[in-house]
Write a new protein. Structure first.
Length: 379
């Protein structure tokens, strides 16, 4: 019998939550034969990531997933066998009550945010009984170490990536309006939150000797680019040249095309959770911007991932990575960080491949979720 899943997700900011929930829903349906309903409170935000979404439809199906609009008046429905509360979004009260009448009750999972911090391994799969209902919620922590939930990775991702690099890259660049890169050119994707360090980085690129093409998906970073250029507007498709730097504004890409962008570029600047993970599977050097939090608590997450990621690098190589990441996250002045990072690019290319192989040993998030549910039901 096929397992039924209800995934609940509220779009908080920057599309990250829905991006992860959508990848997970697609993978459960495609690879684990799951009957999946995805409940989303903001279909307009979802449409940015997946343009086929009809923002007026209460019920629609995409990629084998039953997409439902999560409105104020939640319908009376039969809960699924597995209920995923993405990032503590709080389930509807009527749905919780319906869960409590089921025998056996649904497997209730709170999917947490990804972190490399050591405490994640001790909190993964901890139970939390409901204070008044006969239900228990389990905390499921994605992570980069054994004894965590791992990260999202489709079974065919490596094959699709290899096929793209063998024969599809030129067509992809053409689709974006670019020719294949020339020998002395480095192409960089830049996906970031607004960042006070950005002007310093752009100045370093513009005044450096290296020819750089920077590709920026349309979004919240554009006003900063406009200010740096000293212009009034900057729209999709426009190109600006400043010294050694060429800036190109891309349309906001759907998830599959964004993966291809990461595979095609030489270096990727990424942010948050979803794009960070996809950059790691791209097997290219990357620079991560953690989601800014009050009192800079996000620096702990930054240090935790850095400490794992640089394992296997020499002291000089590791210092180049940590200095660049810290500078991009506002901890230290940029100054020479970019030059040092670029100097180690050949080694970091090889390291990115080795890191992705190490990461794959943990198992993927969807598969680990399915294993937990099966063992829970069997026990």
């Amino acid at each position: 019998m096929r397992t039924t899943w209800d995934i609940f997700c509220r779009v908080i900011d920057n599309y990250g939550d829905i991006g992860i929930a959508w990848r997970l829903a697609r993978q459960l349906a495609a690879e684990h034969d799951g009957v999946v309903r995805l409940w989303i409170d903001d279909l307009h935000a979802f449409q940015h990531l997946w343009p086929a979404i009809n923002t007026d439809a209460e019920i629609q199906n995409h990629c084998g997933v039953d997409v439902r609009a999560w409105g104020e008046n939640f319908p009376t429905i039969n809960p699924a066998q597995v209920v995923i509360e993405a990032f503590g979004c709080a389930l509807p009260e009527t749905y919780l009550m319906a869960m409590s009448t089921k025998s056996p009750p649904p497997v209730w999972i709170n999917l947490e945010y990804l972190s490399a911090e050591p405490w994640v391994t001790t909190h993964h799969l901890l139970p939390s009984p409901h204070p008044s209902l006969p239900l228990t919620k389990y905390f499921f922590f994605p992570g980069y170490q054994q004894a965590t939930g791992g990260v999202l990775c489709e079974r065919d991702l490596a094959d699709r990536r290899a096929q793209f690099r063998r024969g599809e890259k030129a067509a992809f660049w053409q689709k974006l309006g670019l020719a294949m890169p020339v020998a002395e050119e480095i192409r960089i994707s830049l996906f970031a939150y607004q960042n006070p360090v950005l002007p310093d980085l752009l100045n370093a690129w513009a005044t450096g000797k290296q020819t750089i093409t920077c590709l920026i998906p349309d979004g919240k970073l554009v006003p900063q680019l406009v200010a740096w250029l000293g212009e009034s507007t900057l729209t999709v498709g426009e190109i600006r040249q400043r010294g050694s730097l060429e800036l190109r504004i891309l349309p906001f890409l759907n998830q599959d095309d964004y993966d291809r962008l990461l595979w095609a570029c030489d270096i990727n600047f990424v942010r948050g959770e979803d794009s960070c993970v996809r950059a790691q599977w791209a097997q290219k050097p990357f620079v991560w911007q953690a989601y800014p939090q009050p009192e800079n608590t996000h620096w702990d997450k930054l240090d935790a991932l850095m400490s794992l990621y640089v394992q296997g690098l020499s002291e000089v190589e590791a210092r180049a990575v940590t200095a660049m990441w810290r500078a991009w996250n506002g901890r230290t002045p940029l100054i020479l960080s970019w030059a040092d990072f670029l100097q180690e690019k050949a080694v970091l290319d090889e390291h990115a491949v080795e890191w992705s192989l190490r990461l794959s040993e943990i198992g993927d998030l969807a598969g680990n979720l399915v294993d937990f549910v099966e063992h829970h039901e069997a026990g």
